[in-house]
Design a protein around this ligand. Structure first.
Ligand SMILES: NC(=O)c1ccc[n+]([C@@H]2O[C@H](COP(=O)([O-])OP(=O)(O)OC[C@H]3O[C@@H](n4cnc5c(N)ncnc54)[C@H](OP(=O)(O)O)[C@@H]3O)[C@@H](O)[C@H]2O)c1
Length: 213
């Protein structure tokens, strides 16, 4: 269901996923602001025409409360382009609460969703083929716990490995699963679609969603 009054989106961190989220949000004709640590790096990510369409560019660290407060002025929903960073998750969640922002959308890992039984985290099935699976799970889970503990509205998205495809696939919506692992790879473009859909609708609020394409 589309959430009313979601127009101004903040994207904190414009890396691979963040870049696709800026394009996806502008395509949806949303008002888009960004928080980045370095203006020069932003210019390597986005062309001049795309930068000119941004409503506000805040230069600062997303763990810094003052920078977050400047970046979140008049923002409806905050989205993180960075995950596995507990201090950033906590700072963003607290800033969302302080600034009356409606929701935080945060990227975790594909293995943080549950396996088919609904209680076993999916990383356990991956341990044989991916020795680092538990470490990745724990780093993402620390962020999920921090966000849940902050008492705000949120959506956590757990993508598997993300790679650029150059286009969005037509069937990403059909792959979305709530708190069950969908698969372990997805394009940046499709992941960005899920993050923006989570930001602008309310059907996945307070859930961990997964998708794979
Ligand atoms: N890539 C994958 O395959 C994958 C798979 C599963 C989950 N994830 C999760 O998804 C997230 C996004 O993936 P990605 O591939 O887009 O990562 P990425 O290209 O490394 O982008 C992360 C962005 O976050 C920014 N950032 C980091 N710390 C920050 C801070 N304290 N304040 C402000 N900005 C900060 C970085 O900014 P700078 O440019 O200043 O360094 C960078 O632009 C990852 O962080 C990871 O937790 C990724």
């Amino acid at each position: 269901m589309t959430a009313p009054n979601v127009n101004h989106i903040l994207i904190a961190g414009v890396g691979g996923l963040g870049t696709s989220m800026v394009h996806e949000a502008l395509e949806r004709e949303l008002t888009v602001s960004v928080l980045v640590r370095d203006r020069g790096r932003l210019r390597t990510r986005l062309d001049a025409g795309t930068i000119a369409r941004l409503s506000r560019i805040t230069i600062g660290d997303a763990t810094n409360p003052a920078a977050l407060d400047r970046a979140m002025q008049d923002v409806d929903v905050a989205i993180s382009g960075n995950g596995a960073h507990r201090r950033m998750a906590l700072a963003m969640a607290e800033a969302v609460k302080r600034n009356g922002v409606q929701k935080l959308v945060w990227p975790a890992g594909g293995s943080n969703a549950m396996d088919e039984d609904g209680v076993t985290p999916a990383y356990k099935r991956l341990l044989d083929s991916w020795p680092g699976a538990e470490q990745a799970y724990l780093a993402h889970q620390a962020c999920i716990d921090a966000i849940r503990g902050a008492g705000i509205n949120y959506v956590i998205f757990g993508p598997g490995r993300m790679t650029p495809a150059g286009h969005r696939s037509p069937d990403v919506a059909a792959t979305v699963r709530i708190n069950r692992v969908a698969g372990m790879s997805i394009s940046y473009e499709d992941a960005a679609w899920v993050m923006l859909e989570a930001a602008t609708t309310n059907g996945w609020d307070r859930e961990l969603v997964s998708a794979a394409t």
